[in-house]
Design a protein around this ligand. Sequence first.
Ligand code: CMP
Length: 227
Amino acid sequence: MEREIFLRSVPLFAELEDRHIHALSAMLAERRYRKGSVVFFEGDPGDALFIVSQGAVKIYRVAEDGREKTLAILRDGDIFGEMALLDEEPRSAIAECLEPTTLYALHRKEFLAFLANNPSMAIHIIKVLCGRLRRANAQVMDVVFRDVKSRIVRTLLDLSQRHGIPCRAGVRIDLKLTHQELASLVGTARETVTRILAEFQDTGFLTVDGRHLVIRDREALESLAVS
Ligand code: CMP
């Protein structure tokens, strides 16, 4: 029953009838991962779609010289692994758990059958893909036309919007990110992130609480992001 309540809260399944949620619940395989575990590698064959039940999953690619580019960080209720099931190509990126994570796996055959019988699910998947394309387009524009400081600011604002929790000092980003991980999201060197974060701490725009960043002055950061 707990699983059905969770599934009802996942946007992909929001419009399914109760009997379908019930059937789906029985089909899902629960998988638990430790921090740092890889769910799949780029190039693997795709046999299942994953739903994040609890935790955080980093989606990234690795360049030939070993540098990483993080494409997205996914959290509870997010889905991934749909692309290889839909276009029958290999996995397009690596999925790795940033913290202890529980996923539900839905196998290809069941996923495709559900999609065929539930137009609301198909429309939702298209919306997810549109959202990812919009973000990818925005990132291309940022990389081509913005300087690195502005890109770091936009990444911080995006993280605070997606993973932010209001706190006394401002908004706390609910992810333990190293400077290297932040650099991989922005697409720059770790040293650059360290230097610019230190600058933002000096000016009071943000502060660090343990391994969490806290945005203290969102407006000031926003004004930097448009310049
Ligand atoms: P798939 O190609 O099966 O395996 C990797 C998954 O990462 C992919 O499906 C998507 O679910 C997800 N993914 C790939 N690119 C992005 C992106 N730019 N933003 C968010 N998720 C992505």
